[in-house]
Design a protein around this ligand. Structure first.
Ligand code: ADP
Ligand code: MG
Length: 682
């Protein structure tokens, strides 16, 4: 232990008064002088400065933080008293010195009993936050004779004075809340960063006490660096014997929300050279596609879409502050065993801030967010989509997600936020997350004679939020089967890739991080291409059919910008627009062609209203109207049904029953008397 011979508070005061930064200004004196103007109660001190001022003092601060911070606070109070004595008097108790930038961050996983009562810095992700609660700091006790005794509070439980200061009363001292002083407090749960988590391990977490003006500094989903003191606390359960096992927590001193930098991936000059040389290759794009999930054979179009999703387009902020999302959302529907899950897992690993989850969800928060109750405190817990903010969330079994998550995702996929209002907590959390989702068809296998919405169970409006939707069918052909069998067996025999990826995993990760920093501008040629394609989609709209919407155009912009980023270009060229168009075309063929009428680019399918269906609906209503006649008399359902059969528009009884159900369910017709129906008048 370093020897410090002077009084700590004097040393700290000298530091605060005399420390000058490079420009020669008195950094801390000025900071303290400004407190009154901003109404702040914390003095933030850079650890580096203390170390430079006096190394021993810096070390003492970490090894004996309680005493040191107390002395530091007294020193700050002295300085504040000189600068502004009235404000000093006002904030005396709340004044706090906060230490920023402690060198040697300790991984959360490595925090142990050797750190107890020491000050450390850790990086982590906020997964939960509690509501604000008043914490008693200066308790006032009142005796039956009306005397008030004050007692400063520390620790977990309320300390009581031994006797009344006024009359020596020992027993009947009541806490008087009105005369006591409280401070804001909050509990955060901070979890290990996903990229620091060793594979196959459960993430570690700490509960962090936040007190004073740093409450609400961080929200669930935020990545933070915090300075704080590690504590062991006894869990007190009334009526139970005390155990020897304590719980650990961190008393936070300072919380900093990490910057916008995606992931913690460092890119060196050498990496940059490698990245540039990949991009310089004439078939760079194909090589990058081949490096996505290299253990999986085929599925080039899906891999291409995943690649574009990994880098995404840049977010555009309009002058009025409106934000247009750059994140790309992709949905893969496919037969079981076609490597959907494998591709999702790869994407989650290679993406900076990637997370993998199943729609079934395991935590209370599920995919979005939830309010949970623990020991009488309401806690807001972030789910996967919030935790993967500024990254990607790969959601498998997308069709099996919970009802709450569905409605939350609805908001997230367009607005990029998740709002929750429950148990007195109302919060909007950032979720600027790309969604890569996969689902199996309802009947096990995708039925090519049915439209997408009849093959999966998904709330319909969610589908319109996806930029690209793919259907992956497992159609056996001897040649394909041969190839896949050989491929899979080879991978197992050689215990490695049959065809090594042109870009290795680690470089791929860096490549993506690097490409994401580019913000390309759309050239007029690219713009014309996209416009032409969009207008052509709009023109091909048949009577009664729902066509492309401006959403489609925005998808094209995102996809082509992502392609330009991948090529490390500042400009979105015509060829990038063509890439986006060809992917969109594939979706038009796969998903947006009505299986019945064969109309192409039928965007009504995503709304569960393909042209065929709409045609049948209007036929049914025409029949109903004719049967009502001018006098609008109720129509007998049995007869209506017979007429529908006669119309020849329906394939079988099932379809007719479905249509009648739909008319009733959507309130288009209603039962007027048993067996008789009327039309709802507009
Ligand atoms: P899904 O999620 O589509 O049901 P999985 O991702 O679980 O399918 O894949 C099942 C298994 O089959 C995985 O081990 C995967 O590696 C293998 N597999 C399926 N298709 C391919 C392919 N095209 N190339 C290599 N392996 C494949
Ligand atoms: Mg699967």
């Amino acid at each position: 232990m370093a020897v410090i011979t002077r009084k700590l508070s004097e040393l700290f005061e000298e530091f605060l008064r005399t420390w000058q930064d490079k420009s020669g200004s008195y950094k801390y004196r000025e900071r303290i002088a400004q407190l009154a103007a901003t109404g702040d109660k914390s003095v933030v001190v850079d650890y580096e400065d203390i170390i430079q001022f006096n190394t021993d003092l810096g070390e003492r601060l970490l090894s004996q933080p309680d005493e040191s911070l107390r002395e530091f606070k007294m020193a700050a109070f002295e300085v504040l008293s000189t600068e502004n004595s009235s404000y000093a008097g006002q904030v005396k108790n709340a004044l706090t010195v906060r230490i920023r930038g402690i060198t040697d961050k300790i991984p959360l996983r490595k925090v142990n009993t050797s750190h107890l009562d020491k000050m450390i810095a850790v990086a982590g992700m906020v997964v939960r936050s509690s509501e604000l609660r008043p914490l008693l700091t200066d308790a006032a006790f009142i005796c039956p004779n009306g005397h008030v005794t004050k007692l400063i509070q520390e620790g977990e439980v309320i300390k009581r004075p031994l006797k009344c200061e006024g009359c020596e009363e020992v027993r009947n001292l009541e806490l008087d809340e009105k005369r006591s002083t409280f401070i804001d407090s909050q509990i955060l749960r901070v979890q290990e960063l996903p990229e620091e988590l060793p594979p196959g391990q459960l993430p570690r977490f700490f509960d962090v006490d936040v007190v004073g003006d740093i409450v609400n500094a961080a929200r669930p989903g935020d990545r933070i660096v915090l300075s704080g003191v590690v504590r062991a606390v006894l869990d007190i359960t009334p009526g139970q014997a005390r155990t020897r096992v304590f719980r650990s927590k961190i008393d936070s001193n300072l919380i900093e929300v990490a910057g916008k930098d995606p992931g913690q991936i460092q890119i060196t000059k050498e990496d940059e050279f490698l990245i540039r040389s990949v991009a310089a290759n004439p078939d760079a794009y194909q090589r990058l596609i081949r490096s996505v999930a290299p253990a999986i054979l085929g599925h080039e179009a899906v891999k291409e879409a995943i690649l574009l999703l990994l880098v995404g387009g840049p977010q555009t902020v309009l002058p009025d502050g409106t934000k247009l999302r750059g994140d790309i959302n992709v949905f893969i529907v496919g037969d079981p065993g076609v490597a959907k899950s494998e591709m999702l897992k790869f994407a989650a690993q290679v993406a900076p801030r990637g997370m993998f989850a199943s729609g079934k969800g395991s935590t209370a928060a599920g995919l979005s967010a939830a309010v949970i109750r623990e020991k009488n405190t309401f806690m807001l817990e972030a789910g996967v989509v919030v935790l993967a903010d500024q990254g990607i969330a790969c959601i498998d079994e997308f069709d099996k997600m919970k009802e709450d998550d569905r409605s939350a995702l609805h908001e997230q996929m367009e607005q990029q936020t998740i709002t929750i209002a429950k148990g007195g907590i109302y919060a909007t959390l950032n979720a600027r997350t790309s969604i890569l989702a996969a689902a199996n068809p309802i009947f096990g296998k995708y039925d090519p004679y049915k439209n997408l919405t009849d093959n999966i169970t998904l709330p319909i409006p969610l589908l319109t939020r996806f930029d690209l939707i793919f259907v992956v069918k497992d159609t056996p052909t001897p040649a394909q089967d041969e190839k896949l069998a050989t491929h899979i067996l080879d991978v197992h025999r050689k215990r490695g890739y049959t065809d090594p990826p042109p870009v290795q995993f680690d470089l791929m990760k860096k490549y993506i991080t690097y490409a994401k920093k580019i913000s390309p501008t759309i050239t007029i040629e690219a713009q014309n291409r996209m416009k032409e394609y969009y207008l052509q989609l709009r023109r091909s709209v048949a009577e009664g059919q729902i066509g492309a919407t401006p959403r489609t155009l925005e998808s094209l912009i995102r996809l082509s910008s992502a392609k330009a980023r991948l090529m490390l270009r500042d400009l979105v060229l015509e060829e990038d627009a063509l890439t986006a168009i060809s992917l969109m075309n594939r979706m038009v063929e796969d998903v947006l062609t009505d299986t019945e009428t064969k109309t192409k680019a039928d965007f009504g399918i995503l709304l569960g209203q393909p042209a065929g269906e709409r045609g049948k609906l209007s036929t049914s209503m025409d029949i109903f109207r004719t049967m009502e006649g001018a006098e609008k008399k109720p129509v007998e359902l049995k007869l209506f049904r017979d007429e529908l059969v006669k119309s020849g528009r329906f394939k079988g009884d099932d379809e007719i029953d479905k249509m009648i159900q739909k008319l009733i369910k959507e309130g288009i017709i209603w039962e007027n008397k048993p067996g008789f129906y009327r039309r709802v008048q507009a």
